[in-house]
Design a protein around this ligand. Structure first.
Ligand code: TMP
Ligand code: ASP
Length: 233
């Protein structure tokens, strides 16, 4: 297959069908805009399985998205989209960059979920932008942005419940959207690389913060998430 694009965590290939791409999940693990790098055996497989299960669930919840099917061991068929270069972050609990920026301790609950937008640009360190930047700079129309916000909050409602059912608190996550045949749909992935998950009983971190913060047990945590959502024995 012809390689279309290689990112930090995935390789995208063309297929015979111009509307369909194949996405391969890599074992590499990066943080801080790619400046911290490692590779962990099986990470790609685990994230491909986890993200596939989550996108299937989101399809059932009525969230339009790019996922077509999981192709074991580590690829997915997806609908081709034009990616909107904005990272959409939803937060339920203070953690990570917002805790640092505002000086509010990690773990502080929010009275309502927050939505934030970041420009997808590693060289600029994904700067935070606001809604007016998104529309004024032409990354999305006002109508598209309304769809993005509505879908992002719906994903939050669905995924909070999905994870709570297996004893995990969804602290925050990042989404990416794209356009496919004129429609805004959810794209990219949803995995422990792109969200924060804390065990409801112990508050143990079960996501990429274990890598960012050199806590160890990265693969064990990803494996445990995969086990809890029944995509791994
Ligand atoms: P942050 O606290 O670093 O801003 O991250 C918020 C959430 O978004 C967290 O779950 C990690 C995720 N995220 C990504 O997946 N990729 C990114 O480039 C950024 C900035 C955040
Ligand atoms: N900024 C995000 C992180 O710290 C993603 C990345 O840098 O690749 O994980």
């Amino acid at each position: 297959m012809e390689k279309l694009y290689e990112g930090k965590a995935k390789i995208v290939y063309k297929t015979d069908d111009p509307d369909v791409l194949v996405c391969e999940y890599k074992d590499s693990l990066t943080a801080f805009d790619g400046t911290k790098k490692d590779s962990m055996e099986e990470k790609g497989e685990l994230n491909a399985k986890i993200s596939s299960a989550i996108f299937s669930y989101l399809t059932k919840q009525g969230i339009p998205n790019h996922f077509i099917e999981f192709v074991p061991p580590r690829t997915q068929k997806v609908k081709k989209v034009e990616i909107i270069p904005v990272e959409v972050v939803i937060r339920n609990v203070m953690a990570g960059s917002i805790s640092k920026r505002l000086g509010i301790p990690e773990g502080t609950a929010l009275s309502e979920p927050l939505i934030e937008f970041y420009l997808k640009n590693d060289d600029l360190h994904d700067p935070i932008i606001c809604e007016n930047h998104v529309t004024g700079l032409g990354f999305a129309t006002r109508q598209q942005l309304d769809v993005i916000k509505d879908l992002a909050f719906k994903v939050n409602d669905a995924m909070k419940k999905f994870f709570l059912d297996v004893g995990l608190r969804l602290i925050d996550f990042k989404l990416e959207f794209g356009t496919h045949k004129g429609q805004v749909i959810l794209a990219d992935e949803f995995s422990p690389d792109t969200c924060r998950l804390w065990d409801v009983n112990t508050n143990e971190k079960m996501d990429k913060d274990r890598f960012r913060r050199d806590m160890g047990g990265v693969m064990e945590a990803y494996l445990e998430v995969a086990r809890r959502i029944h995509v791994q024995d």
